[in-house]
Design a protein around this ligand. Structure first.
Ligand code: ZN
Length: 88
């Protein structure tokens, strides 16, 4: 028989350094990582909602429990900054 299980994980997300000060557009960040042979897959979309970043968008950095730094879009970052809540 076949069994398919879907596991749901809950992560704690908190705001990282303010990447607007950091100011690097997404496309340039990816360029640098690719050039350094670093993986980019985990940074290609907002960790929270899956929004795909455009090259000139400046993503927000969030800290995700057990994963480390990830990117989030502006909308999700605002929610993280407001803090405390769960997904809506
Ligand atoms: Zn998002």
């Amino acid at each position: 028989m076949k069994v398919t299980r879907t596991t749901t994980k809950t992560y704690e997300v908190s705001s990282g350094c303010n990447s607007k000060k950091w100011g690097m557009p997404f496309g340039r960040f990816i360029d640098i990582r690719v050039r350094n042979n670093q993986s980019v897959k985990q940074f290609e979309s907002c960790f929270i909602c899956g929004h795909r970043f455009s090259d000139d968008e400046i993503p927000n950095v969030v800290v995700v429990s057990s994963k480390g730094n990830r990117f989030s879009c502006d909308t999700c970052y605002e929610k993280v900054m407001r803090g405390g809540g769960r997904d809506e």
